[in-house]
Write a protein that binds this ligand. Structure first.
Ligand SMILES: [Zn+2]
Length: 447
């Protein structure tokens, strides 16, 4: 047997352990994972020289086509993702006007015509009709993951329609009936945040901290508790997206102990940045906000003890931010190219995070939660050959040239992806992304 591609001499790390050897790939799939002497010959053989080979990163949380055209984002941002070792992205996407089935067909077709890597969708509940459509959407699109948003006041700058508890309850009731169904919730108490925002606005402050203080950690904790309560009542699996408070993983762990299916996602920015960092200004506005050092360390405890389930970037490329008024500024930053490196630097090197635990957080668990495992997030024979080769010792400085706002500019990080493979194709190598746009496939499809 001659394979298409073999990567050998690698420290191969999966979600449950590691060994020395490599993988063999044929027709885009892994055909063998084993020691060097078990690997077949191949059309191309890559010597990993002892570096770390892991499943490609699955980023289950990004927003593309929000500000730049969707087709453009699906090229530029999936290329940025490939350079960061990301091989699958899931888009949280909202249809503000009509039903989701035609929307899905259009987004899938345009995505497949432009994307460099595989992708899929979660849909936002933005109208009552969307809730009634859930059974049709699941049947016609394969999407089983829906998001409700709290914390967005009526005049929010990105036009998100906030959920009511009624919407969440009704959505949960539907999803409970659907195998693999899961609700994602943006947890912040809308009413308190709206009230405090008016108070904070009156102070005239425009620093990043005032935005965070206008929606304090307890706003998020309150909604997390309420969502856990509703998940318990309905039996619906609950995913807490972009958790920014240290109590998030604590509350979820306590609920899981009572048998409630609740999982916590956090993002690289909440693990590496605070709203009081002196070099940050209103352009670092993110929703939920960056918080203080205590919350940051609380989240790291959750990452290290297993109560944080997965990572997502919440990558969203906006046209250059104005920096004029913090209350009107759009919230969000980009992080596809650096998420893995940030976790290697601050997690693996600084805090002793194990590489297997990192694979759980950024590949295995997202694949499990959103119905992609074992096709994605696995190194077993038969899985898609989505791989990232990492140099743990390489030091490189972040210099962002693409779309969106970067809050890591000038940081020197240790540990970088050096080669990315998507379904057997090398798409990033020697610092260069192969621009074969339109090879990515939508992996969330009707059964
Ligand atoms: Zn988001």
């Amino acid at each position: 047997m001659k394979a298409d591609l073999v990567i050998k001499n690698a420290r191969v790390v999966d979600h449950d352990g590691e060994f020395f050897g490599g993988v063999a790939v044929t027709n885009g799939c892994i055909v063998l994972t084993g020691t060097n002497d078990a690997l077949p010959d191949a059309a191309r053989v890559i010597d990993a020289e002892g570096r770390v080979l892991m499943p490609g990163v699955i980023d289950p949380h990004c927003h593309l086509g929000v500000n730049y055209p969707y087709d453009e984002d699906m090229r530029s941002e999936t290329a940025a993702a490939a350079s960061g070792g990301v091989t699958t992205v899931l888009l949280y996407i909202r249809n503000k006007s009509g039903p989701y089935v035609p929307f899905y067909k259009e987004r899938r077709a345009v995505g497949e015509a432009n994307s460099l890597i595989d992708f899929g969708f979660h849909f936002g509940i933005q109208r009552e009709e969307h809730i009634h459509e859930i059974p049709d959407i699941v049947r016609e699109t394969g999407v089983r993951s829906f998001k409700c948003y709290f914390g967005y006041e009526p005049d929010n700058p990105i036009g998100i329609v906030p959920a009511t508890d009624g919407w969440v309850y009704a959505t949960m009731r539907h999803l409970k009936q659907i195998p693999g169904g899961v609700i994602s919730v943006h947890c912040e108490n809308t009413g308190i945040a709206t009230w405090l925002k008016d108070e904070m606005k009156a102070t005239g402050r425009q620093d990043l901290g005032v935005y965070s203080e206008s929606r304090p950690a307890f706003c998020e904790e309150e909604t997390i508790k309420r969502m856990i309560f509703l998940a318990e009542r309905t039996g619906c699996p609950l995913h807490l997206v972009h958790t920014s408070v240290g109590q998030g993983p604590v509350l979820a762990a306590e609920a899981r102990g009572r048998g409630i299916d609740v999982t916590v996602e956090t993002c690289p920015h909440y693990l590496t940045r605070t709203c009081y960092d002196p070099d940050l200004d209103m352009k670092a506005k993110i929703s939920p906000p960056l918080r203080d050092r205590g919350e940051l360390e609380g989240l790291w405890r959750g990452v290290l003890d297993g109560s944080v389930y997965s990572l997502g970037t919440d990558h969203v490329p906006f046209v250059p931010k104005k920096g004029e008024d913090i209350w009107k500024e759009v919230p969000g930053v980009v992080s596809f190219p650096w998420e893995l490196s940030l976790l290697l630097h601050f997690g693996v090197h600084q805090r002793g995070l194990s590489l297997s635990r990192l694979v759980q957080l950024n590949a295995y668990h997202p694949a499990r939660r959103f119905g992609m495992w074992p096709r994605k997030g696995s190194l077993q024979a038969g899985a898609d050959a989505d791989l990232v080769l990492v140099d743990l010792d390489e030091e490189r400085t972040v210099h962002h040239t693409g779309h969106g706002h970067c809050i890591y500019e000038g940081w020197t990080l240790k540990g970088w992806p050096v080669l990315t493979v998507s379904r057997g194709d090398v798409i990033y190598e020697n610092g260069v992304v192969t621009e074969s746009y339109g090879r990515g496939r939508c992996i969330i499809r009707p059964d």
